[in-house]
Design a protein around this ligand. Structure first.
Ligand SMILES: [Zn+2]
Length: 335
């Protein structure tokens, strides 16, 4: 019998409940995907815990980053699923700006996700598993890759050779952003909280820093671009680290879950230094295709911290919440 993990109410890991579901019936233009691996994101813990003022439309099947198998006339094909889509008919979608569509959907957040034995998706959402990657590595890619690509390439308009600071360089988005900025030939700096994580950042080719060294004398300063995901806790130092004409691009505030989401800004720094502050959410379908090509060329590699069976889903959530992982925690749905 097909099954799914369902969140029927917000709470601790115990609300992640496995239930039997009817077999999926692919509609016109859709294919059936047998799910093998789902990578977790911080988003999964927010969907589970709930976010004040946000309606996730429970009950919800979580899981944004999905790898699986599609049966074709030529045999089984390993795929990774495009994580998001727009309505497809509004002027923003038609202009290729799906992530600005008022009906923008993200698998596992505003639409049901992939933590289930099978699902039906439009055929165009199936990306081929890149050669040389395991399905678990493939599952580790979409959300963080798309987010980092849109932030750096589209919003911050990264230029070759620029000096870039990635806050929380050991995070999922952080490790992707480091690799992308290296691919652009940039001088990459990144922050992490422990010596072990700074060592891993250095192995990715970034200059590692402690958070306290951002914007400080003798620390990391005069950067062209800051990639922010921490938000409230690091925001003021990030702005201090920017050079004149610098850009800060932010896709989230992982520190905001406990500290609130309001930050202070030095307006004199903003206008004197002529800074650009850029918000970014997910990315477009064209970004995903371009980013996928970078993976297929071998320039970008997913970083998998652990592959755990579905029975350890609750433990995997705790690993994310306690920031024990360097890279992605992937759930093996099919043993
Ligand atoms: Zn639309």
């Amino acid at each position: 019998m097909p099954f799914a993990i369902v969140i029927a109410r917000h709470g601790g890991p115990e609300v992640l409940e496995q239930v039997e579901v009817p077999p999926v019936e692919p509609g016109p233009g859709e294919v059936r995907v047998r799910v093998t691996h789902v990578a977790l994101n911080h988003l999964d813990t927010w969907v589970r815990r709930g976010v004040p003022g946000h309606d996730f439309g429970l009950p919800r099947i979580p899981g944004s980053d999905v790898a699986g198998v599609v049966e074709t006339s030529a045999g089984p094909r390993a795929v990774v699923l495009h994580p998001s889509w727009g309505c497809g008919t509004c002027t923003l979608c038609l202009a290729g700006r799906q992530n600005r569509c008022p009906r923008f959907m993200l698998r596992g957040e505003s639409a049901d996700g992939g933590l289930r034995s099978e699902l039906a998706v439009p055929a165009w959402q199936c990306l081929p598993l890149p050669a040389g990657l395991t399905p678990a590595e493939g599952a580790a890619l979409p959300l963080t890759l798309l987010t980092a690509w849109h932030m750096l390439v589209v919003r911050a308009r990264l230029q070759r050779g620029e000096r870039v600071l990635i806050q929380a360089g050991a995070s999922g988005v952080g490790t992707m952003a480091i690799q992308l900025a290296k691919l652009w030939g940039c001088e990459v700096h990144a922050t992490a909280s422990t010596p072990a994580r700074r060592q891993r950042i250095a192995e990715l080719g970034a200059v590692p820093w402690d958070y306290a060294q951002v914007g400080a004398r003798g620390g990391v300063r005069d950067v062209d671009v800051v990639v922010e995901t921490v938000g409230v806790d690091t925001w003021e130092q990030s702005i201090r680290a920017l050079k004149w004409g610098g850009r800060l691009v932010i896709c989230g505030t992982t520190s905001g879950a406990t500290a609130g989401v309001e930050a202070k800004i030095n307006l004199r720094a903003l206008f004197f230094k002529q800074l650009d502050l850029l918000g970014s959410t997910m990315g477009t379908s064209a970004d995903m295709v371009a980013a996928w090509a970078a993976v297929e060329s071998g320039a970008i590699r997913p970083i998998v911290h652990a592959v755990l069976p579905l029975s350890k889903l609750g433990e995997a959530h705790v690993m994310l919440e306690q920031r024990q992982a360097f890279g992605k925690v992937v759930i093996e749905v099919e043993a």
